[in-house]
Design a protein around this ligand. Sequence first.
Ligand code: SAH
Length: 374
Amino acid sequence: MTEEKQTVLLGLTLRELTEFVEDVGQPSYRGRQLYEALYRQRLGSAEQISTLPQEFRQSLRQRGLSLGVPTIEKKFVSSDGTVRYLIGFGDGQSVETVWMPEGDDGEAGDGSEAGSEIEKAAGRSWDRTTICVSSQVGCAVDCQFCLTALLGVKRNLTAGEIVGQVCAVLKDQNFSPPENRVNIVFMGMGEPFLNYDNFMRAVRLLVEGVGIPESRMTVSTAGIVPRIYDLGAEPVRPKLAISLNAPNDELRSRLMPINRKWNLEKLVAAARDFPLRNREKLTFEYVLLDEVNDSAQSARELGELIRGVRAKVNLIALNPGPGIAFQTPAENRVAQFQKILIAAGVPTFVRRPRGRDIYAACGQLKRTVELAAS
Ligand code: SAH
């Protein structure tokens, strides 16, 4: 492969694709054909776009243009059905994307379509299928319990690379929205709010191009406060989840250094100010670390901290990994923590670990390619 820079079409909007075809002397409707081919049909190469005349397909290649669909480099299948994909891009970088056929229960109670379906009919698991998408190669935020942090941040993903993960996985799973319902969580590698513009462009393309409703998408942030306000002002936006992980500044600054920049007062104020839609709730994620942030006292403090916010809490028992200096709490400690919050009036759910055996669970994404034989 030559190193010459290829121009990539995935990530362009309908308007941009239309301008592009007009620029190269094609009729404007070819913009729509390219758009459909990229986002609806999710074709892998220009040669496959049978709606386009042969010479146009060839001229795309001659101009050094590629569709830019990322490639699935590796695929690990968990005993629970979760699939972890290693997805590679044109420059040799890669990220992970996780397919969860039955969700992880994190959807419960947030007022979303997927959430109310869980409450109505626990059996309809096909409605809970979730893709967990990455927003950066690695991560700069340095949370002490997260394996992705150990990679540092290599670069931001483009909008096309974010949408491309979804397209590649849908194609591999032979899954086609809107007929097949799928939820998207921006909870993979990276901090979406440190790559805000590309992330939001990807959201709009997933809604308009791929056909996934915004009400089925959730973005999680470690607490980049100014971007929480930006998200609130977006006409089309996912639901918001905030990784809280500690009930006071002393502890949170230790676990999540980002707290020194935006402390809990600022973060919870942004959560209170966030303009929620009808029936919508915020989610607070809280990773439970044995004997660190999982005491009854911490649970009470957390209940106080978020009192009055229209929110639910998702508890995540630590998913362990090499180089992580914390332990997973026993189940009874998780249950006690949940009980105290519920008693304080906070809807609280426990996120099921998905794909722990293949390093696919929350906080475990670090491009592990060597797995012990199972
Ligand atoms: N950077 C964003 C998006 C990633 S979401 C954010 O931090 O919100 C990943 C979620 O997994 C976060 O809620 C994070 O707190 C949680 N997490 C990180 N490491 C974990 C671990 N080892 N076990 C369980 N959850 C973890």
